[in-house]
Design a protein around this ligand. Structure first.
Ligand SMILES: C[S@@+](CC[C@H](N)C(=O)[O-])C[C@H]1O[C@@H](n2cnc3c(N)ncnc32)[C@H](O)[C@@H]1O
Length: 376
Protein backbone atom coordinates (compact mmCIF):
# COMPACT_ATOMS: atom_id res chain seq x y z
CA UNK A 1 0.00 0.00 0.00
CA UNK A 2 1.43 3.47 -0.84
CA UNK A 3 1.92 5.92 2.00
CA UNK A 4 -0.74 8.53 2.73
CA UNK A 5 1.09 11.32 0.89
CA UNK A 6 1.26 8.97 -2.13
CA UNK A 7 -2.49 8.28 -1.97
CA UNK A 8 -3.28 12.01 -1.86
CA UNK A 9 -0.77 12.65 -4.65
CA UNK A 10 -2.59 10.10 -6.84
CA UNK A 11 -5.95 11.76 -6.11
CA UNK A 12 -4.59 15.17 -7.11
CA UNK A 13 -2.81 13.78 -10.18
CA UNK A 14 -6.13 12.23 -11.30
CA UNK A 15 -8.62 14.97 -10.45
CA UNK A 16 -6.64 18.17 -9.99
CA UNK A 17 -6.02 20.20 -6.80
CA UNK A 18 -8.22 19.37 -3.82
CA UNK A 19 -9.63 21.73 -1.18
CA UNK A 20 -7.57 22.03 1.97
CA UNK A 21 -10.58 20.55 3.82
CA UNK A 22 -10.32 17.39 1.70
CA UNK A 23 -6.55 17.26 2.29
CA UNK A 24 -7.04 17.65 6.05
CA UNK A 25 -9.80 15.03 6.08
CA UNK A 26 -7.41 12.52 4.46
CA UNK A 27 -4.44 13.57 6.59
CA UNK A 28 -6.37 13.14 9.85
CA UNK A 29 -9.08 10.56 9.07
CA UNK A 30 -8.04 8.38 6.12
CA UNK A 31 -9.54 5.04 7.29
CA UNK A 32 -6.17 3.34 7.95
CA UNK A 33 -3.40 5.89 7.53
CA UNK A 34 -4.87 9.11 8.94
CA UNK A 35 -3.30 10.78 11.95
CA UNK A 36 -6.23 9.89 14.26
CA UNK A 37 -7.12 6.58 12.63
CA UNK A 38 -3.67 4.98 12.64
CA UNK A 39 -2.38 3.26 15.79
CA UNK A 40 -0.02 4.99 18.22
CA UNK A 41 -0.20 7.60 20.98
CA UNK A 42 -1.51 11.01 19.93
CA UNK A 43 -2.71 12.63 23.15
CA UNK A 44 -0.74 13.05 26.37
CA UNK A 45 2.94 12.80 27.26
CA UNK A 46 3.76 9.99 24.79
CA UNK A 47 1.82 11.68 22.00
CA UNK A 48 1.91 15.05 20.27
CA UNK A 49 -0.22 17.34 22.46
CA UNK A 50 -1.96 17.57 25.81
CA UNK A 51 -5.66 18.20 26.33
CA UNK A 52 -7.32 19.34 29.57
CA UNK A 53 -8.48 15.83 30.59
CA UNK A 54 -4.84 14.66 30.48
CA UNK A 55 -3.88 17.29 33.07
CA UNK A 56 -5.93 15.95 35.97
CA UNK A 57 -9.24 14.10 36.65
CA UNK A 58 -10.44 17.36 38.24
CA UNK A 59 -11.42 18.63 34.80
CA UNK A 60 -13.86 15.74 34.40
CA UNK A 61 -15.08 16.18 37.99
CA UNK A 62 -16.01 19.83 37.27
CA UNK A 63 -17.89 18.78 34.12
CA UNK A 64 -19.67 16.12 36.19
CA UNK A 65 -20.84 18.90 38.54
CA UNK A 66 -22.20 20.90 35.59
CA UNK A 67 -23.92 17.83 34.13
CA UNK A 68 -25.52 17.14 37.51
CA UNK A 69 -26.82 20.74 37.59
CA UNK A 70 -28.36 20.14 34.15
CA UNK A 71 -30.02 16.92 35.29
CA UNK A 72 -31.45 18.67 38.37
CA UNK A 73 -32.66 21.65 36.25
CA UNK A 74 -34.38 19.15 33.92
CA UNK A 75 -36.42 17.77 36.87
CA UNK A 76 -34.23 14.72 37.63
CA UNK A 77 -35.49 12.53 34.73
CA UNK A 78 -35.34 8.75 35.13
CA UNK A 79 -32.98 8.32 32.19
CA UNK A 80 -30.09 10.60 31.37
CA UNK A 81 -27.77 10.31 28.43
CA UNK A 82 -24.30 11.79 28.14
CA UNK A 83 -23.06 11.53 24.56
CA UNK A 84 -19.42 12.46 24.11
CA UNK A 85 -18.12 13.17 20.63
CA UNK A 86 -14.41 12.65 19.89
CA UNK A 87 -13.52 11.09 23.26
CA UNK A 88 -9.83 10.57 22.34
CA UNK A 89 -8.30 8.18 24.87
CA UNK A 90 -11.56 7.97 26.88
CA UNK A 91 -10.13 9.50 30.04
CA UNK A 92 -12.67 12.32 30.16
CA UNK A 93 -15.46 9.73 30.00
CA UNK A 94 -13.73 7.79 32.78
CA UNK A 95 -13.33 10.89 34.96
CA UNK A 96 -16.89 12.14 34.44
CA UNK A 97 -18.43 8.72 35.10
CA UNK A 98 -16.24 8.15 38.17
CA UNK A 99 -17.06 11.59 39.59
CA UNK A 100 -20.78 10.97 39.03
CA UNK A 101 -20.48 7.56 40.72
CA UNK A 102 -18.69 9.03 43.75
CA UNK A 103 -20.31 12.43 44.13
CA UNK A 104 -23.66 12.37 42.29
CA UNK A 105 -24.92 8.78 42.74
CA UNK A 106 -28.58 9.58 41.94
CA UNK A 107 -27.58 10.78 38.49
CA UNK A 108 -25.08 7.93 38.08
CA UNK A 109 -27.91 5.42 38.63
CA UNK A 110 -29.85 6.72 35.60
CA UNK A 111 -26.83 7.44 33.39
CA UNK A 112 -25.90 5.93 30.02
CA UNK A 113 -22.66 7.29 28.57
CA UNK A 114 -22.36 7.09 24.77
CA UNK A 115 -19.05 7.55 22.98
CA UNK A 116 -18.99 8.68 19.34
CA UNK A 117 -15.51 8.23 17.90
CA UNK A 118 -14.49 8.30 14.23
CA UNK A 119 -11.25 6.35 14.78
CA UNK A 120 -11.42 2.57 15.36
CA UNK A 121 -7.88 2.69 16.76
CA UNK A 122 -8.97 5.22 19.42
CA UNK A 123 -12.17 3.25 20.16
CA UNK A 124 -9.94 0.33 21.24
CA UNK A 125 -7.92 2.64 23.50
CA UNK A 126 -11.15 3.98 25.03
CA UNK A 127 -12.50 0.47 25.66
CA UNK A 128 -9.26 -0.59 27.37
CA UNK A 129 -9.42 2.45 29.68
CA UNK A 130 -13.15 2.39 30.41
CA UNK A 131 -13.49 -1.35 30.94
CA UNK A 132 -10.76 -1.07 33.56
CA UNK A 133 -12.21 2.03 35.21
CA UNK A 134 -14.11 2.11 38.52
CA UNK A 135 -17.39 2.87 36.71
CA UNK A 136 -19.60 -0.07 35.67
CA UNK A 137 -18.82 -1.33 32.16
CA UNK A 138 -22.46 -1.41 31.13
CA UNK A 139 -22.70 2.37 31.57
CA UNK A 140 -20.67 2.85 28.35
CA UNK A 141 -21.88 2.33 24.76
CA UNK A 142 -20.08 3.09 21.49
CA UNK A 143 -22.15 4.40 18.60
CA UNK A 144 -21.29 5.99 15.25
CA UNK A 145 -24.03 8.60 15.24
CA UNK A 146 -26.62 10.01 17.63
CA UNK A 147 -29.49 8.51 15.60
CA UNK A 148 -28.45 5.08 16.92
CA UNK A 149 -29.60 6.03 20.42
CA UNK A 150 -33.13 5.23 19.38
CA UNK A 151 -36.20 6.40 17.54
CA UNK A 152 -37.10 8.72 20.43
CA UNK A 153 -33.71 10.46 20.02
CA UNK A 154 -32.11 11.70 23.21
CA UNK A 155 -35.13 12.48 25.35
CA UNK A 156 -33.02 13.94 28.14
CA UNK A 157 -29.34 14.45 28.28
CA UNK A 158 -26.20 16.28 27.43
CA UNK A 159 -23.96 16.11 24.38
CA UNK A 160 -20.34 16.93 25.09
CA UNK A 161 -17.28 17.65 22.95
CA UNK A 162 -13.84 18.59 24.22
CA UNK A 163 -11.45 19.63 21.45
CA UNK A 164 -13.56 18.02 18.73
CA UNK A 165 -14.46 21.01 16.57
CA UNK A 166 -10.85 22.23 16.22
CA UNK A 167 -10.08 18.84 14.66
CA UNK A 168 -12.69 19.16 11.90
CA UNK A 169 -11.30 19.71 8.39
CA UNK A 170 -11.31 23.40 7.43
CA UNK A 171 -11.33 25.28 4.14
CA UNK A 172 -8.53 27.80 3.63
CA UNK A 173 -9.32 31.15 2.02
CA UNK A 174 -7.34 34.29 1.17
CA UNK A 175 -8.56 37.79 0.35
CA UNK A 176 -7.13 39.00 -2.98
CA UNK A 177 -8.30 42.59 -3.53
CA UNK A 178 -12.08 42.40 -3.85
CA UNK A 179 -12.04 38.64 -4.33
CA UNK A 180 -12.18 35.95 -1.73
CA UNK A 181 -10.16 33.03 -3.07
CA UNK A 182 -9.83 29.48 -1.82
CA UNK A 183 -6.48 27.80 -1.30
CA UNK A 184 -6.30 24.30 -2.76
CA UNK A 185 -3.66 21.62 -2.31
CA UNK A 186 -1.89 20.84 -5.56
CA UNK A 187 1.33 19.10 -6.52
CA UNK A 188 4.63 20.91 -6.68
CA UNK A 189 5.51 21.80 -10.23
CA UNK A 190 8.79 23.06 -11.62
CA UNK A 191 7.61 26.63 -11.87
CA UNK A 192 6.19 27.40 -8.42
CA UNK A 193 7.88 28.28 -5.16
CA UNK A 194 7.43 24.87 -3.59
CA UNK A 195 8.66 24.10 -0.16
CA UNK A 196 11.23 21.40 -0.90
CA UNK A 197 10.18 19.37 2.16
CA UNK A 198 6.75 18.61 0.66
CA UNK A 199 5.44 17.28 -2.63
CA UNK A 200 2.37 19.47 -2.12
CA UNK A 201 1.84 23.18 -2.50
CA UNK A 202 -1.06 25.59 -1.94
CA UNK A 203 -2.63 27.08 -5.06
CA UNK A 204 -5.30 29.78 -5.14
CA UNK A 205 -8.53 29.34 -7.09
CA UNK A 206 -12.21 30.25 -7.05
CA UNK A 207 -14.33 29.23 -4.05
CA UNK A 208 -15.36 25.56 -4.09
CA UNK A 209 -18.75 26.43 -2.56
CA UNK A 210 -20.78 29.65 -2.19
CA UNK A 211 -21.13 28.79 1.51
CA UNK A 212 -17.65 30.24 2.04
CA UNK A 213 -18.62 33.72 0.84
CA UNK A 214 -21.95 33.46 2.73
CA UNK A 215 -20.01 32.55 5.88
CA UNK A 216 -18.17 35.87 5.86
CA UNK A 217 -21.13 37.99 4.73
CA UNK A 218 -23.33 36.44 7.47
CA UNK A 219 -20.81 37.69 10.00
CA UNK A 220 -20.18 40.99 8.27
CA UNK A 221 -16.48 40.21 8.07
CA UNK A 222 -14.11 41.31 5.36
CA UNK A 223 -10.53 40.09 5.53
CA UNK A 224 -7.58 42.40 4.86
CA UNK A 225 -5.99 42.21 1.44
CA UNK A 226 -3.71 39.13 1.46
CA UNK A 227 -5.12 37.83 4.76
CA UNK A 228 -5.52 34.05 5.06
CA UNK A 229 -8.18 32.38 7.19
CA UNK A 230 -9.85 29.06 7.92
CA UNK A 231 -13.54 28.24 7.61
CA UNK A 232 -14.99 25.26 9.46
CA UNK A 233 -18.15 24.30 7.58
CA UNK A 234 -18.25 20.84 9.17
CA UNK A 235 -19.08 22.48 12.50
CA UNK A 236 -22.51 23.42 11.07
CA UNK A 237 -23.21 19.85 9.92
CA UNK A 238 -22.24 18.58 13.34
CA UNK A 239 -24.52 21.11 15.11
CA UNK A 240 -27.35 20.05 12.78
CA UNK A 241 -26.82 16.40 13.75
CA UNK A 242 -26.85 17.29 17.45
CA UNK A 243 -29.89 19.59 17.21
CA UNK A 244 -31.68 16.98 15.11
CA UNK A 245 -31.43 14.32 17.80
CA UNK A 246 -31.50 16.15 21.11
CA UNK A 247 -35.06 16.74 22.30
CA UNK A 248 -34.56 18.21 25.74
CA UNK A 249 -31.02 18.78 26.66
CA UNK A 250 -27.74 20.53 26.47
CA UNK A 251 -24.66 20.72 24.32
CA UNK A 252 -21.31 21.55 25.94
CA UNK A 253 -18.56 22.50 23.49
CA UNK A 254 -15.09 23.11 24.89
CA UNK A 255 -12.30 24.22 22.63
CA UNK A 256 -9.74 26.86 21.89
CA UNK A 257 -11.07 29.66 19.83
CA UNK A 258 -12.62 33.08 19.83
CA UNK A 259 -15.47 35.16 18.49
CA UNK A 260 -15.37 35.91 14.76
CA UNK A 261 -14.21 39.52 15.33
CA UNK A 262 -11.14 38.29 17.21
CA UNK A 263 -10.54 35.32 14.94
CA UNK A 264 -10.49 37.27 11.72
CA UNK A 265 -8.87 40.44 13.07
CA UNK A 266 -6.00 41.86 11.01
CA UNK A 267 -3.39 40.70 13.52
CA UNK A 268 -4.27 37.11 12.62
CA UNK A 269 -3.06 37.77 9.10
CA UNK A 270 -1.96 34.18 8.52
CA UNK A 271 -4.92 32.52 10.21
CA UNK A 272 -4.80 30.02 13.06
CA UNK A 273 -3.93 26.75 11.33
CA UNK A 274 -1.34 24.86 13.40
CA UNK A 275 0.20 21.40 13.51
CA UNK A 276 1.57 19.44 16.44
CA UNK A 277 4.24 16.77 16.40
CA UNK A 278 5.79 15.43 19.61
CA UNK A 279 4.71 18.55 21.54
CA UNK A 280 6.32 20.87 19.02
CA UNK A 281 4.45 23.40 16.95
CA UNK A 282 4.91 22.89 13.21
CA UNK A 283 3.77 25.59 10.81
CA UNK A 284 3.57 23.52 7.61
CA UNK A 285 0.49 21.27 7.28
CA UNK A 286 1.75 19.80 4.00
CA UNK A 287 4.61 17.83 5.55
CA UNK A 288 4.63 14.64 7.64
CA UNK A 289 1.18 13.81 6.21
CA UNK A 290 -0.71 11.52 8.60
CA UNK A 291 2.07 11.84 11.19
CA UNK A 292 1.16 15.21 12.71
CA UNK A 293 -2.00 16.76 14.10
CA UNK A 294 -3.57 19.63 12.15
CA UNK A 295 -5.93 22.02 13.90
CA UNK A 296 -7.52 25.47 13.67
CA UNK A 297 -9.14 27.77 16.25
CA UNK A 298 -12.90 27.44 16.64
CA UNK A 299 -15.25 30.29 15.75
CA UNK A 300 -17.62 30.46 18.74
CA UNK A 301 -19.74 33.19 17.07
CA UNK A 302 -20.78 30.83 14.30
CA UNK A 303 -21.45 27.99 16.75
CA UNK A 304 -23.87 30.39 18.48
CA UNK A 305 -25.47 31.77 15.27
CA UNK A 306 -25.83 28.39 13.56
CA UNK A 307 -27.01 26.87 16.85
CA UNK A 308 -29.84 29.44 17.09
CA UNK A 309 -30.87 28.70 13.49
CA UNK A 310 -31.09 25.02 14.45
CA UNK A 311 -32.99 25.53 17.72
CA UNK A 312 -30.07 25.56 20.17
CA UNK A 313 -30.07 28.57 22.50
CA UNK A 314 -26.74 29.65 23.96
CA UNK A 315 -27.05 29.88 27.71
CA UNK A 316 -23.41 30.24 28.71
CA UNK A 317 -20.15 31.23 27.06
CA UNK A 318 -17.28 31.37 29.51
CA UNK A 319 -13.55 31.08 29.38
CA UNK A 320 -12.35 27.74 30.70
CA UNK A 321 -10.97 29.37 33.88
CA UNK A 322 -14.29 31.12 34.55
CA UNK A 323 -16.16 27.87 33.99
CA UNK A 324 -13.91 25.85 36.30
CA UNK A 325 -13.97 28.52 39.02
CA UNK A 326 -17.77 28.74 38.78
CA UNK A 327 -17.90 24.97 39.22
CA UNK A 328 -15.86 25.32 42.43
CA UNK A 329 -12.52 23.88 41.38
CA UNK A 330 -10.84 25.69 44.30
CA UNK A 331 -13.06 23.86 46.84
CA UNK A 332 -11.12 20.72 46.05
CA UNK A 333 -7.97 22.29 47.47
CA UNK A 334 -9.71 23.31 50.69
CA UNK A 335 -10.86 19.72 51.19
CA UNK A 336 -7.31 18.30 50.99
CA UNK A 337 -6.16 17.22 54.46
CA UNK A 338 -2.83 18.36 55.94
CA UNK A 339 -1.69 20.18 52.88
CA UNK A 340 1.82 20.90 54.11
CA UNK A 341 2.86 17.26 53.75
CA UNK A 342 0.31 15.99 51.25
CA UNK A 343 1.77 15.24 47.79
CA UNK A 344 -1.74 15.16 46.32
CA UNK A 345 -2.13 18.83 47.31
CA UNK A 346 0.87 19.81 45.18
CA UNK A 347 -0.40 17.75 42.25
CA UNK A 348 -3.81 19.38 42.41
CA UNK A 349 -2.33 22.86 42.84
CA UNK A 350 -0.21 22.53 39.73
CA UNK A 351 -3.13 21.06 37.73
CA UNK A 352 -5.36 23.97 38.75
CA UNK A 353 -2.63 26.43 37.77
CA UNK A 354 -2.34 24.80 34.34
CA UNK A 355 -6.09 24.76 33.75
CA UNK A 356 -6.94 28.16 35.17
CA UNK A 357 -4.03 30.61 35.20
CA UNK A 358 -3.01 32.82 32.26
CA UNK A 359 -0.09 31.27 30.39
CA UNK A 360 -1.47 27.75 30.85
CA UNK A 361 -4.31 26.05 29.01
CA UNK A 362 -6.90 28.46 30.33
CA UNK A 363 -6.02 31.43 28.13
CA UNK A 364 -7.77 30.64 24.90
CA UNK A 365 -10.13 27.85 25.86
CA UNK A 366 -13.84 28.58 25.96
CA UNK A 367 -16.84 26.62 27.21
CA UNK A 368 -20.09 27.10 25.31
CA UNK A 369 -23.33 25.66 26.70
CA UNK A 370 -26.34 25.51 24.39
CA UNK A 371 -29.77 24.20 25.25
CA UNK A 372 -32.66 22.89 23.25
CA UNK A 373 -36.16 21.98 24.18
CA UNK A 374 -38.33 20.75 21.34
CA UNK A 375 -41.85 19.71 22.21
CA UNK A 376 -42.56 16.10 21.26
C1 LIG B 1 -8.09 16.66 19.58
S1 LIG B 1 -8.74 15.08 19.87
C2 LIG B 1 -9.56 15.36 21.44
C3 LIG B 1 -9.72 14.11 22.23
C4 LIG B 1 -10.40 14.24 23.59
N1 LIG B 1 -11.70 14.84 23.51
C5 LIG B 1 -9.55 15.00 24.58
O1 LIG B 1 -9.93 16.09 24.97
O2 LIG B 1 -8.49 14.47 24.97
C6 LIG B 1 -10.08 14.98 18.70
C7 LIG B 1 -10.91 13.72 18.80
O3 LIG B 1 -12.08 13.85 17.97
C8 LIG B 1 -12.21 12.66 17.18
N2 LIG B 1 -13.03 13.04 16.01
C9 LIG B 1 -12.74 13.89 15.03
N3 LIG B 1 -13.76 14.03 14.16
C10 LIG B 1 -14.75 13.25 14.64
C11 LIG B 1 -16.08 12.98 14.21
N4 LIG B 1 -16.58 13.53 13.11
N5 LIG B 1 -16.84 12.14 14.95
C12 LIG B 1 -16.34 11.58 16.07
N6 LIG B 1 -15.08 11.78 16.51
C13 LIG B 1 -14.31 12.61 15.82
C14 LIG B 1 -10.77 12.28 16.93
O4 LIG B 1 -10.60 10.98 16.45
C15 LIG B 1 -10.22 12.45 18.35
O5 LIG B 1 -10.61 11.42 19.20
Amino acid sequence: MPDLAGIIQQEIAGNGPITFARFMEQALYHPELGYYTSPGAKIGRAGDFYTAPTVNPLFGAMLARRIDQMWVASGRPEQWVVAEYGPGTGILARDIATALQNNHPDLYDVLTYYLIEISSALKKVQQEILWNSPADNDKFCWIDRLAEIGPGHIANGCVLANELVDAFPVHLVRQEGNDLQELYVGLCGDDDDCNSSSVFSLVAGPLSTPELAEYFSMQNIRLENGQQAEVNLQARQWLAEVAGHLKHGYLITIDYGATSRELYAAHRFNGTLRCFYKHRLVDNPLVNVGGQDITAHVNFSTLITWGKQLGLQDIELATQPQFLLNMGILDILQKQPDYTSNPEFNKITSAIKQLVLPGGMGDIFKVLVQQCSFSS
